[in-house]
Design a protein around this ligand. Structure first.
Ligand SMILES: NC(=O)c1ccc[n+]([C@@H]2O[C@H](COP(=O)([O-])OP(=O)(O)OC[C@H]3O[C@@H](n4cnc5c(N)ncnc54)[C@H](OP(=O)(O)O)[C@@H]3O)[C@@H](O)[C@H]2O)c1
Length: 231
């Protein structure tokens, strides 16, 4: 049995990533969310998947909680971490209309937390041949895509791209592949009703792309459909 860890697993793309990996018999899914007790959609998956899903309480910005998760998983050789949890940032993130505290929070969740979680889980990842870390970024973080709205969100995703590119270099010697994804414009609470694809399509595409990636792809930025994304 292979083990994977997914953050922000209670709704949206994270929940569909959980469903996607549960549909593959070889995986045990460690689904992490802030309030497992209230994560009804996630909890509904447990009875049909007993022994293949474990719910963990995880606020990704909380170092103690991250360390506790790492301790819980320390005996497991898990092969995949998906840093999915993210926020779109505050309501005010434009020139002359900036909520600076919300911007700092956005960086804390979207940029620093993926590093924090990955770093804490490295001992287990290092023990697993072919281990992978996938971080859900966004096309809005690409330098090639111009746009002046959503400074906080865009900068947090541009920064996590650079962070994970660095981790890819640091961890190449350990055989750990680190990649980034733009998940598409996805119908979730964040993406809204007008988005282009369903969360299930995004999750399936990400999983299928991960299936074919290897260490030589480490440091890459991909779209949910497997195409390379421009930086
Ligand atoms: N939807 C899109 O079109 C789109 C496009 C590009 C990129 N993305 C990225 O895709 C990822 C998933 O987005 P989504 O559309 O599924 O968003 P979503 O429906 O808003 O879900 C966000 C998830 O992240 C969790 N989360 C937020 N802050 C957290 C924290 N501090 N600690 C732990 N969990 C936290 C949320 O948990 P709670 O329920 O506890 O808040 C929720 O499970 C994000 O990284 C997002 O930036 C989405």
């Amino acid at each position: 049995m292979k083990h994977c860890v997914i953050t922000g697993a209670n709704r949206g793309i994270g929940l569909e990533l959980v469903r996607t990996y549960l549909a593959r018999d070889e995986w045990h899914v460690h689904a992490c969310c802030r309030e497992p007790d209230k994560a009804e959609a996630l909890r509904d998956l447990v009875p049909a998947n007993l022994g293949r899903i474990t719910l963990h309480r995880l606020e990704v910005t909380d170092q103690k909680a991250v360390e506790a998760l790492a301790r819980d998983l320390s005996d497991l050789p898990f092969g995949l971490l998906i840093n999915n949890a993210g926020i779109k940032g505050g309501e005010h993130q434009a020139l002359n209309d900036m909520d600076y505290d919300a911007w700092a929070e956005t960086l804390t969740v979207n940029t620093i937390a993926p590093f924090r979680v990955t770093e804490a889980l490295l001992p287990s990842l290092r023990r697993t041949p072919g281990a992978m870390v996938a971080t859900i970024s966004s096309q809005l973080g690409a330098m090639s895509l111009r746009g002046a709205d959503r400074y906080a969100y865009r900068s947090s995703k541009a920064a996590v791209n650079k962070v994970m590119q660095g981790m890819a270099e640091d961890l190449r010697g350990d055989g750990i592949t680190c990649v980034l994804f733009h998940p598409g414009w996805v119908k979730t609470d964040m993406g809204g009703e007008n988005a282009e694809i369903l969360a299930g399509e995004s999750a399936t595409g990400i999983a299928q792309t991960l299936d074919r990636l290897t260490l030589t792809d480490s440091g890459g930025f991909f779209k949910w459909n497997g195409e390379k994304h421009e930086w």
